[in-house]
Design a protein around this ligand. Structure first.
Ligand SMILES: [Zn+2]
Length: 287
């Protein structure tokens, strides 16, 4: 058994699979011509697909590309045969028509998988009561450099704050954009006191369909809104398609998609800035 493991490890190293960067270099994006049609369809729909993945019409699916690439295990462009082939393998796994063409049904499966990694969401799906906020002694204070100037938030659960700090240190070392811009990955919302949240939403007339007032994941002290960049003139948490597309293309966000799982954080698909700490899991630690 040990010898077999060693052989597999040696083979992986020989193939250049010992690090994500090497794996990226090693990935060949050409595939057999049987995927040409799907690759063409994906290249077209990437920016033109008219669909309603959430509440309003969107054009194209570029915003979700980093998450899709990670989930299908390919960093090849949607115009490549390899992307279509990897998408088809994903479709087979989830009993979808395995044509390698991106569509709304495939996205709904992917969105469901990502939502299932959020214990907060699953507890709500099971109609469990809204979780109680942590005790004050479990919360730690952010330092000034960790807070985004737009909205001071101050507190996070201590263990989550530790994980966040480890993640930011890694991002600084691995992403030029984060290394050069202290604003990137600053927190603009952490722990939100449920009572203050309810009062604020009533005062501002913005209760986000009552969701925020009734039960926000931020009450747990494990959710963070991270600054990943923002489209000029739009807020750091603007949900318009243009805003989210912009964010999804920043090196900071793309690094988070590939690496936040190592530190126990998972993303909410609709909000590039919203991450929840769930603890390191094998599912969230993939490519
Ligand atoms: Zn949030």
């Amino acid at each position: 058994m040990l010898i077999r493991s060693l052989l597999i490890m040696t083979a992986a190293i020989a193939l250049g699979l010992s690090s994500p960067a090497r794996a990226q270099e090693a990935e060949v994006c050409d595939a057999s011509s049987e995927w040409d049609g799907a690759a063409f369809a994906n290249a077209m729909s990437l920016t033109t697909l008219e669909w309603t993945p959430f509440d309003r019409m969107e054009w194209g699916w570029e915003t979700y590309l980093p998450l899709i690439q990670r989930e299908i295990g390919s960093r090849c462009a949607p115009s490549s045969g390899r992307f279509a082939q990897a998408l088809a393998a994903f479709q087979i796994r989830y009993q979808l028509p395995a044509n390698g063409v991106f569509d709304a049904a495939t996205f709904q499966v992917l969105r469901g998988l990502l939502q299932e990694r959020r214990p907060f969401v699953m507890a709500r799906v099971r109609l469990e009561p809204c979780p109680a906020p942590p005790s004050l002694s479990d919360l730690g204070y952010l330092v000034a450099e960790e807070e985004h100037a737009d909205r001071l938030t101050r507190l996070l659960r201590r263990d989550v704050l530790d994980a966040y700090r480890n993640m930011v240190a890694a991002a600084r070392a691995e992403v030029w954009e984060v290394a050069n811009d202290p604003e990137k990955l600053q927190i603009f919302s952490g722990f939100r006191d449920p009572e203050a949240d309810a009062a604020r939403c009533a005062q501002q007339g913005n209760c986000d369909g009552l969701r925020r007032a009734v039960c926000s994941p931020h009450r747990t002290g494990t959710a963070v809104d991270l600054y990943v960049g923002h489209a000029p003139g739009l807020a750091v948490d603007d949900t318009s398609p243009a805003s989210r597309l912009y964010m999804s293309q920043t090196p900071t966000y793309q690094w988070l998609v590939r690496n936040a799982g190592r530190f126990g954080f998972v993303n909410y698909v609709y909000e590039p800035w919203h991450w929840e700490w769930v603890g390191p899991t094998s599912e969230s630690g993939g490519r």
